[in-house]
Ligand binder design. Sequence first.
Ligand SMILES: C[S@@+](CC[C@H](N)C(=O)[O-])C[C@H]1O[C@@H](n2cnc3c(N)ncnc32)[C@H](O)[C@@H]1O
Length: 399
Amino acid sequence: MYVAGRQCFAVSNPSRLPTVERARATIETSSAGGVDDRAGPRDLVVEAEGGVLGPAQLTALGAAIGAGKRAWLYWPRERAVETVDRERLRSYRRLRRVAAVLAPFARIASHLPRRARAGDPASPVSAAAAATRIETGDDYKDAAQAQWDENPVGSHYADRSVPRTLDWFHEIETHRYRRYAPWMPAVMEFDRHAGEDVLEIGGGIGTDLAQFARHGARVTDVDLSGGHLRLAEENFRLRRLTGRFIHHDAETLPFPDASFDLVYSHGVLHHTPDTARLVGEVRRVLRPGGRVIAMLYAESSWHYWRQQVWRRGLVEGRLRRESMGEILSQSVEISGNDARPLVKVYTRDRLRALFAAFQDVVIMQRQLTSEELPLPLRPLRAIVERVAGWNLIVKAVRA
Ligand SMILES: C[S@@+](CC[C@H](N)C(=O)[O-])C[C@H]1O[C@@H](n2cnc3c(N)ncnc32)[C@H](O)[C@@H]1O
């Protein structure tokens, strides 16, 4: 069935639906793993206008999922598809409730003058690795390469040193662990893996991987962005550290089973279309008893609701015509070009489902700076961070 607005009609040719590669999110709980592109006439496809679904659409989705069918959301203007499971449906119901309560306030706020905000600083470095792009056949993965080849992560915050020097890498590191995320060194356990084989997925410019390496781990980085990988290699060379740097899509890892003691990944799994497949690969390459430490963006967070839903979605009115996926894709990562990387957000339940094949799953929440909070809440920052931080950190053991 195909539900557009209030109308329902059968899809005569389901194969015309956009394919897996366009999917905004995956059904991590499905046994097939990832998005299934075999939409059949008995599955439900709901056509959405903006980001907030109507009651009829929510009811139809609930009934379909309850009856064991697969359900999809489809945004024709964005040419985007999202598969919907129970947990995503809960998120859409929550978004509708919050939007209904906040709509009158957002209308008022939209007429108030806004404090002028400095735009995102331009990236001082383009890693210019266009020559070394991986052919993925996937728009989102191509967008990820365009995004991070041109806008190396963290580079916007280094304005006192010459790009690509040791000082520059140190300046980025200092900003990361002193100002942006002081919780990282302890929570991410950089100094606890000496003598182990550590794989980082999407290591960026190598800042975190260098911490594992300087504390004695044997490290490997796999990244889709050739530009990032080149910078990570430079970073290691300047610091006189050793590591392996492999240009590859982590949804298919180029390693034999049971190759690593730790797989670490920070801010990557939510950018790849088939996250479930990537997590399956993580499990495969871990040795029995090996661990994964991964950070993904949190839906139940101050940043998501305050910055993305309230500010961009409601006050700017974008939810009327765009999905949250589109808003996140345009807003979350600092971009000096028009690359639109895929950005997904996770609840704790969704993360537990994603790592269901692992043991001893622990989930922590962090990442909230004082500046993000209104003045009266600032003294409570450390507490608010643990329930509403932008990062969910999952730690789990391969059985
Ligand atoms: C936001 S950056 C994070 C970089 C680094 N982990 C950090 O925290 O600074 C996301 C990184 O994930 C990489 N990435 C995204 N999808 C990937 C995939 N399927 N396989 C490998 N790397 C991927 C990107 O190329 C980019 O380097």
